[in-house]
Design a protein around this ligand. Structure first.
Ligand SMILES: [Zn+2]
Ligand SMILES: [Zn+2]
Length: 267
């Protein structure tokens, strides 16, 4: 594989099985109580030249506080695909929500790629409002501030390059400075949407997730995802259990845990 094409994995580390549709979409009728489980992922972008981790998940403390089921620590999931977090040089943090920016201490060598807008937002006046604080953990934010001061945060402003064939793109919407990740693969560019599209249905039906900073930006983000990816089948939503159903498992042991996103999904 050439230096600028990658294997891409989704690693499922958490879940909430007892979740309903009305908890996943804006503006749904309170009676929409059909089950709609949500999964939690981190991602790996890898080739012979480098390995990049996308997002760092949460730990047992955060899982307990928020009533989430932690299936395995993100570092344990990474270990299952042969990635040692202690050796990782580059971590892309799509946004600073609690389920994407915990366990930073497990990446002692890493530089963290983050949008300047997101860092300014989570350390600014908006965080005086409890409603806007809710998806963030002040501990995670403080840990990232320390990394700013120690020179371990790489700030991007809009579109940015992380490595040959790996770029980030700020879409906003769900959080003020959320970015997606575009990765060149053998099947063309794959886009890790993270929370710019939690579920396939968010994009396909134009229905934002229930936690949305800016509806207009969210809807524009769905359009941008389509322009960044080779096809709709190259966009990987950030929390959809269908990702594990549609993509091949890495190996026999990792069904439901690690999926190959650089391979074509089942329709
Ligand atoms: Zn989020
Ligand atoms: Zn999330």
């Amino acid at each position: 594989m050439s230096d600028d094409r990658y294997e891409v994995f989704a690693i499922r580390y958490g879940t909430v099985a007892a979740r309903t549709r009305r908890e996943n979409f804006m503006g749904l009728d309170p009676h929409e109580t059909a089950p709609m489980p949500i999964d939690y992922y981190v991602w790996v972008v890898r080739n012979a030249a480098r390995t990049i981790v996308v997002d760092t998940g949460f730990d047992h403390v955060e899982a307990k506080a928020r009533g989430r089921e932690l299936l395995r620590l993100p570092r344990e999931g990474l270990g299952m695909v042969g990635v040692d977090p202690a050796t990782i040089a580059d971590v892309i943090v799509t946004h600073l929500h609690y389920d994407h920016a915990g366990t930073l201490d497990d990446f002692p060598q890493a530089r963290f790629h983050l949008q300047e807008t997101e860092m300014a937002y989570v350390t600014g006046a908006c965080m005086c409002h409890t409603a806007l604080q809710h998806p963030y953990s002040v501990e995670h934010v403080c840990q990232m501030v320390r990394r700013v001061y120690s020179g371990r945060v790489v700030f991007h402003d809009g579109d940015g390059a992380v490595a040959p064939g790996v770029t980030v793109h700020m879409l906003g919407g769900h959080s003020k400075g959320i970015q997606c990740v575009r990765v060149e693969t053998a099947r063309g560019p794959v886009v890790l949407a993270s929370d710019t599209a939690h579920f396939y249905e968010n994009m396909e039906a134009g229905k934002p997730f229930i936690i949305t900073h800016d509806v207009e930006q969210t809807l524009r983000g769905y359009q941008r995802l389509r322009t960044l990816a080779a096809s709709p089948a190259h966009i990987v939503p950030g929390h959809d259990p269908l990702v594990m159903a549609r993509y091949p498992a890495l190996d026999d042991r990792s069904a439901g845990i690690a999926a190959r996103l650089d391979m074509a999904p089942r329709a």
